[in-house]
Design a protein around this ligand. Structure first.
Ligand SMILES: NC(=O)c1ccc[n+]([C@@H]2O[C@H](COP(=O)([O-])OP(=O)(O)OC[C@H]3O[C@@H](n4cnc5c(N)ncnc54)[C@H](O)[C@@H]3O)[C@@H](O)[C@H]2O)c1
Length: 262
């Protein structure tokens, strides 16, 4: 299937590592031009250098919780490639701000995990409207299952799903589609790092894998990216306000079949 993404301009927040990086590579594979925002300046420079000959990647370094950095990222896309067709709000971190944290920590988590997405959409909106573009928000299972000990992240990801509906409606008359892709357990460097801190990483990994009905394995970042690319593409032209769970059935299938003990 031709996804009709060749030449389109895609902005990806947090595109240097993990799921964001897989999303960047998947769009490049479809012939799109990609503008990446990430706080890892060295990884961003490396990405641009690697695509040197193709000149199809631009990079802005900075903390995307800061609206000024979001504005700079959107301006880079417009300045370098002439506009924005797709925005992927991927930045997010399960920062463990729970009920033992104070209100400032909670609000800080909201600012980092959803405030930046709001700021980036506002910055990209004139261009998205002009091009009748698409937005994809990256959610999390935590928005619908909870996790414990992570009030800020849960609230922010819940907001991302609510905003997917809110923005889809508000922007429908402009022809801008807004959808979300919701991962549960995706094998990324961040996940590997978190697992390394567990008392028995191998046992914890096996326990998590047993809880995923389809294949008893983690979702790959590429599997998330492929769904993002499709739902962002003109081939999904009448799909908006949807939350697509790409999680091997983790969230919705009967737990009777997903024992977490061996
Ligand atoms: N990995 C999972 O299992 C999983 C599960 C559910 C949801 N998610 C969501 O998927 C998205 C990507 O997660 P991941 O696992 O790939 O994370 P990751 O930590 O591996 O990668 C995140 C990327 O974003 C960048 N980044 C993070 N915060 C930033 C900020 N404030 N400003 C600029 N750059 C920033 C990092 O440098 C990195 O390149 C997040 O929204 C996360 O909440 C991941």
């Amino acid at each position: 299937m031709d996804l009709q993404l060749a030449g389109m301009v895609v902005v990806v927040s947090g595109g240097c590592h993990g799921i964001g990086r897989a999303i960047v590579e998947a769009f490049l594979g479809e012939g799109a031009r990609v503008v990446v925002g990430d706080r890892d300046a060295a990884a961003g420079a490396d990405l641009v250098a690697r695509r040197g000959a193709a000149a199809d990647v631009a990079f802005a370094a900075g903390d995307l919780a800061d609206p000024a950095v979001c504005a700079r990222l959107a301006a880079l896309a417009v300045g370098r490639f002439g506009g924005i067709d797709v925005l992927v709000n991927n930045v997010g971190r399960n920062d463990g701000v729970g009920l033992d944290g104070d209100v400032d920590a909670f609000l800080g988590s909201l600012r980092a995990n959803v405030g930046g997405a709001f700021a980036l959409l506002r910055a990209a909106l004139p261009s998205l409207r002009a091009r009748r573009g698409a937005v994809v928000n990256i959610g999390s299972k935590v928005a619908v299952t909870g996790q414990g000990g992570t009030s800020g992240y849960a609230a922010a990801k819940g907001a991302m799903l609510a905003l997917t509906r809110e923005w889809a409606l508000e922007l429908a008359d402009d022809g801008v589609r807004v959808n979300a892709v919701c991962p549960a357990e995706v094998w990324t460097p961040m996940y590997e790092q978190w697992l390394a801190g567990c008392a028995d990483p191998a046992a914890e990994r096996a326990r998590i894998e047993r809880s995923i009905p389809l294949g008893r394995r983690f979702t790959t970042a590429r599997e998330i990216a492929d769904s993002v690319v499709f739902v962002a593409s003109p081939r999904a032209s009448h799909t908006t306000g949807q939350v697509l769970f790409v999680d091997g059935g983790y969230v919705h299938l009967d737990r009777r079949w997903t024992p977490t003990t061996s």
